[in-house]
Each structure stands twice: as C-alpha cells, then as structure tokens.
Ligand binder design. Sequence first.
Ligand code: SF4
Length: 413
Amino acid sequence: MNETAAVSPRRPTRPLTLAHRTNPVTVGGDAPVSVQSMTTTKTADVEGTLQQIYALYGAGADIVRCTCNDADAAAGLAHIVPRSPVPLVADVHNSHRMALAALEAGVHCLRLNPGNIRRPEHIKLIASEARDRGVPIRIGVNGGSLDESLYRKYGGKVTPEAMVESAQMELAYFAEVDFDQVKISVKASNVPLMIEAYRQLSEVTDHPLHLGVTEAGPPPAGLIKATAGIAALLAEGIGDTIRYSLTADPVEEAKAGRQLLEAMGLRERKGLDLIACPSCGRAEVDVIQVAGDAQTALEKLNLPIQVAVMGCVVNGPGEARDADLGIAAGHRKGHLFVKGQVVKVVPEPEMVDALVEWAHRIAEEGVEGALSHADAGAQAEAEADRAALLVEQGADVNHAEQRVDLIRRRISE
Ligand code: SF4
C-alpha cells in the first residue's frame, strides 16, 4: 500500500493498541490507517446501540465511539463492550466521573476533551486509572470548545497554536503520572485551520493522530469538507486514524472513511468500487440510472471488485480497461467486458443482472478464470456495434469541431 508518489510516506508515530479481546486494533506505527465512527443511539439502549455498532462494522469501521454522558450510558457500556465486534471508545465530556465509570465498564479507549475536563487532579486521576488498565486515551481538542485561558492567550481566537498548546498541556498532565498511551486530535470545522493545526501538531509530537473535520455537516458539503481536510493531511503522511463527522446516518461516515482510504491506496479494497463515465452525447443509455441500479445490486454482494458502467461501447471498454468488470451500452445492448476485453453481449434490460452474474464469476474464478468463459463472438460483435455507432454519430458526437469552427468565424468577423 501507499505505493504512489502522490501520498508521502507515513510520519513515524509510536503505536498504541485498543485491546479488544478478539479484534485488537493498533493505531499508529505501521498499522493501517483505521476508520472510526460514532453511534447516535442512547448508549443506555444496549440492543439499539449494538445494532448500530454492527452496522458500522459492516460498513468499514475499525473502531466505534459511544457517548458516556450519564450513569445509564456507563451501565449500557458494561453490557455493550463484551458483545461489540470492534474496540469501543467512550466519549467523555465535563465529568471525570464518567471517564472512571467508562473504565469500569471495560471500554478499550477513552476520549477526553481538554476544554471541559480541566481540573489537573481529575485529569491525572483518569490517566492513572487508564495506565493501570492499559487503556489508551485520545486527547480530543476541539476548536469549538477550547479552554478559556487559551482563547484569551491567543487574542480571543481559535488558532492552530492554541489548539496544539491545549493538547500539549494535557500531555504534560499525563506525563506527570507516567501515562503515554495517547492519540491526539485537533479538530475544527474550518478546514484550513484544522489542516494547519494538525501540521503543527505533527511537528511537535510522535503520538498517533486522529484526523477529522468537526461538525462538517450533512452530505454532500459535509463529505467534501471532511475529505478536503483529511485527504490533504493523509497525502502529507499525517494521520493514523480518521473519522468523518457527518450530519447523517453514521454508516455513511464509516463508508466514507473506508472509501477515502481505499481511494488513496492506504487500505486494501474491501467492497465494491463502482466507477462510471459522466455520460455525454454519445451515451446510448441513461448512465445515471444504470450506475445507480448496478450500485444497489452489486453493493449487496460485498465483493472487493472494481466495476465500470460506461455510456457507450465506442469509448467505454477502452477508457475503463483497468476495471475488473464493466458494461458499455450500444445499439440497445450491453457489452460486458473484463479488464477491457468484451466477454458477452446482452440485451440492454439485462445489463445489471449480467454484471451481478459476472461479478460472482470473478469472485469465484478470478479474472483469468472469468475470461475463459468469454463468448467467442462477443469481441467481434462489440467492434461491429462500435463501428456502426461511429458511422451513425460521427467521430465528433459532441460537435466540438463545429463549435470550434463557429468560434473561429466569430473571432475573424
Ligand atoms: S464517450 Fe461514451 S464512455 Fe465516454 S463519457 Fe461519453 S458515453 Fe461515457
């Protein structure tokens, strides 16, 4: 992984492990960048929370956070922890007692906000208990809840320097009780601020970093903001675990995190990667509709496969030749291709079913095995349809050359 020059080598960090009984997750060091999300259920609702944790796990989350905001939530965690398929982080604000209660519940990690648990003796008590139990803590600095004294020190503004200093103050308390199993986040909803805070933090510490743009909002804007911040840092080699904070079903957060890491070559593909052409004047089919239907049908298979949906056979198989499997429309037919080679031609209404059938075939027999089932005449039929379309539509179906002529005439008038 991480083979392309576009992604810098990971910044070395000291690893820590969230010691789940069967599924421990290491964060930092050379461990893969992990995906986190957070439940939206009341933690006291044990069955509802577990259901959501399993959904997040299925969508690609390696670690899940639950709020521990009252005694009922802590009691809920005691029942949830032993049944969770992934390590659990207890999110604690304001009350150091809730942090201690979460440790009693057996959580695998704590998240503390230095902006709202401020008394040194409380911070050190929590760190001592976590140290004795081998439970890591995330120092979760948040631009929106920075310590008052730091606001004042930095002129009433949230600055990268103030956020980094907040994390360092907390680290110093932890050091007093000899606790160093720490990961750190310095999240803000402002993307440039967040990027700069993480850059500065990465210069002064080798603790693993948890990346996120806080309160990014609903998709698609929230997805864009979170991706802009997280991807920029990952490309610089900064970041050991990530969370999308979206105003949406948290399953969307887990999916987005997973997809980002796969897209950047930082994690192996676990599920479907559907690519599709943007469509143009050559399209022989409603690409948006077919791509949507294909996504729905193929996603359920949970196969690590890249599938292309292309609007025309003129350019489709060639443009998507790297995809494991694809379909291109032409003359009311679907031209199914494997690694750019047309293997079968099906009637247009059967395009999605054919994709599902061949996705199974590739999963079972691999690409070479699937290619051995290619219909003898498929490639020739595709070539004939391609040639016919070129004759019907011309080589310049988008009339670009005509437009260029018009532009030239306008300019010379
Ligand atoms: S040329 Fe064909 S494959 Fe390319 S965008 Fe247009 S319809 Fe899609």
